[in-house]
Design a protein around this ligand. Structure first.
Ligand SMILES: [Zn+2]
Length: 603
């Protein structure tokens, strides 16, 4: 059933449009613009206590949904075309055109949510209780959560416009500067030094040779240090902008907007971070094992992802797909069927190509349409994990496809549930069927390092970001201040076990999350720990866990995370829950310790 060659796994976008010159794409754009104008003409200024009733309100919501779907189809299609081949000049042109249309429609319809926000509680409550409106109730609740912090339409529009030359311009500058940096580096096995991209250098963090790892990362960081004037200014301005916005909107806390959009309670997040910090010694136990495996006197931070196996096994795409499908099948045959269908109907683009975007992603479209998955599969174990990760996302989108447009995407903290769970299923399958002890050691290390990167490291990042915001409130930060905050937070995790290379003081300067989205990093911690405890539950409850897990995915973004997991007996407000996740990490570390002992004894 599956194609043997990875080059043949290309996605088929024709269910959306025939090609970039498809007449129906331009027709859809025009229709979406028309619908937005019509929508504004019908409802602008009319979502108020005297004119709105449940029937009219639900009609408006439905029309709003339909018009969003109309623009979404060309918008997502243009993105997919561009990611698959950006060197075709028609593709960036189309993307720009569609983005502009998207922006226009956004401006035209911005009033709708603002008027919903402005409704008095006494007028709003009976509306949302009505059967005609209740299918939209969760969406409305998330919109209304911003009510206390929203300003009038003209102020909101003015802020958005000033963002173009303010915050957005800083982000643009940061992106252009960092993606435009080139590096001189002598790659192992090559005759002479050559120009390299940042991605190429960062990928050497997994290289076998210790000196290569260190010099590649140092080269990368030193180049950023040369740009410290601009980078420090970008950070200062983003921090200041956020502080000013918090003042204007009267947020009780700098993290409030993130909590509102992530639907997380502030106390819960703080508890989760504190529990993670309390488990830093667990990470340090792993660092010690890794040091022993590598046979070093002292570990450096550039050794944390060093390979522990001499030879790295390669997988064909067919093999990889079979592994992943089987991992899903042992858990839930229905999920394996979904994955097989997606492969057969051309929703995957697997091989690396010139002009194709790097990395990997799964793009959910809208309810009722299957998602698309982009990969750059080269046959490493990491690529097999990525396949499991992205297909996990894909299964999530297929299952949440029965929700309406507003509830299709899971909120940020839940967005990585199915993907990380898929990786976990794959790791267990690989570990259980792998006869070679060295390979099992390598598999375990890879999994533990992954978990450390998404929990402990992201907690360090979040604490650094909190500290930087707090310090900016007191005044301008010098580059050295940022370096020192960064080193201090990292030192708490690494302790005496890991020595940071000198250039690592610039480690903060390239992390784009700090620039793009405030306090984004804690959602990684949330996602990973939730999956670890869900997996623990699966182990103890067996197949009776599966239907509850399916329900969780099926709900998409229709329920708050804490409410959603409650029926599974999970209380996100309890510190014990977060600590449970680390119980599984401890087990993995013990499993590794045992293998290392066996390996030494040669039994
Ligand atoms: Zn993901």
């Amino acid at each position: 059933m599956m194609s043997p060659s990875v080059d043949k796994i290309n996605w088929d976008l024709t269910p959306l449009y025939v090609d970039s010159s498809d007449q129906s794409l331009q027709a859809d754009l025009a229709a979406a613009r028309g619908a937005a104008e019509q929508f504004r003409a019908s409802y602008y200024g009319h979502i108020n206590s005297t004119e709105i009733n449940p029937k009219r309100f639900s009609k408006a919501l439905h029309e709003y949904e339909v018009l969003q779907l109309k623009i979404l189809r060309p918008y997502l299609y243009a993105q997919l075309l561009f990611y698959a081949n950006s060197s075709e000049p028609e593709h960036p042109r189309l993307l720009a055109q569609v983005r502009e249309a998207w922006q226009k429609i956004h401006e035209e319809t911005l009033f709708f949510e603002l008027e919903i926000l402005a409704l008095d509680d006494n007028d709003y409550t009976p509306l949302v209780m009505d059967a005609a409106v209740s299918p939209y109730s969760h969406y409305l609740t998330t919109v209304r959560a911003h009510a206390p912090y929203t300003l009038g339409e003209s102020v909101e529009q003015a802020l958005k416009r000033k963002d173009l030359s303010g915050k957005d311009a800083v982000v643009q500058l940061f992106d252009e500067l960092t993606t435009g940096l080139t590096f001189r580096f002598h790659f192992p096995g090559e005759e002479e030094e050559r120009e390299a991209t940042g991605e190429e250098l960062l990928s050497l963090i997994y290289h076998q040779d210790r000196d290569v790892r260190e010099s590649a990362f140092a080269t990368f960081l030193d180049k950023h240090a040369e740009q410290s004037l601009v980078l420090t200014s970008c950070f200062n301005n983003i921090l200041l902008d956020h502080g000013k916005e918090a003042e204007l909107r009267n947020y009780p806390d700098l993290m409030t907007p993130t909590h509102l959009s992530s639907e997380t309670a502030p106390e819960m997040v703080e508890k989760m971070l504190a529990v993670t910090e309390a488990h830093y010694p667990l990470a340090q136990e792993y660092f010690e094992l890794k040091r022993q495996l590598l046979g070093y006197k002292k570990l450096k931070n550039t050794d944390l992802y060093a390979p522990v196996a001499k030879e790295t096994r390669k997988y064909s795409f067919t093999e990889a797909l079979e592994l992943v499908v089987n991992a899903f099948r042992t858990f839930d045959p229905g999920m394996a069927e979904i994955v097989e269908r997606l492969v057969e109907t051309g929703r995957l683009d697997a091989a690396p190509r010139v002009g194709k975007s790097g990395g990997a992603f799964c793009m959910g479209l809208y309810p009722g349409a299957d998602p698309y998955v982009l990969l750059n599969f080269t046959g490493t174990l990491r690529d097999v994990s990525t396949l499991a990760h992205e297909l996990g996302h894909a299964v999530h989108y297929v299952l949440s496809g029965e929700q309406n447009f507003f509830h299709y995407h899971a909120p940020l903290p839940l967005a990585e549930t199915a993907s990380v769970f898929g990786e976990m299923l794959l790791t267990r399958t690989l570990l259980d069927q792998e006869p070679d002890r060295q390979t099992r050691i390598a598999l375990l290390c890879a999994k533990i390092e992954d978990i450390i990167a998404t929990t402990f490291r992201q907690t360090v990042l979040t604490r650094f970001e909190q500290a930087a915001h707090a310090r900016r409130g007191e005044g301008l930060l010098a580059a050295d201040d940022l370096c020192e905050l960064w080193l201090a937070e990292n030192a708490r995790l690494l302790g005496d076990h890991v020595e940071m290379i000198p250039a690592y003081r610039w480690g903060w300067s390239y992390i784009s999350h700090f620039i793009h989205a405030r306090f984004y990093c804690y959602s990684y911690v949330f996602g990973e720990l939730l999956v670890l405890s869900l997996y623990q539950k699966y182990r103890s409850e067996g197949s009776s866990f599966v239907p509850a897990y399916r329900e969780l995915l099926r709900a998409g973004g229709s329920v708050r995370p804490d409410t959603l997991v409650k029926p599974m007996g999970i209380d996100l407000a309890s510190a014990d829950f977060w600590a449970q996740g680390y119980g599984l990490v401890r087990e993995l570390i013990e499993e590794l310790r045992l293998l290392i002992v066996e390996e030494r004894r040669g039994v």
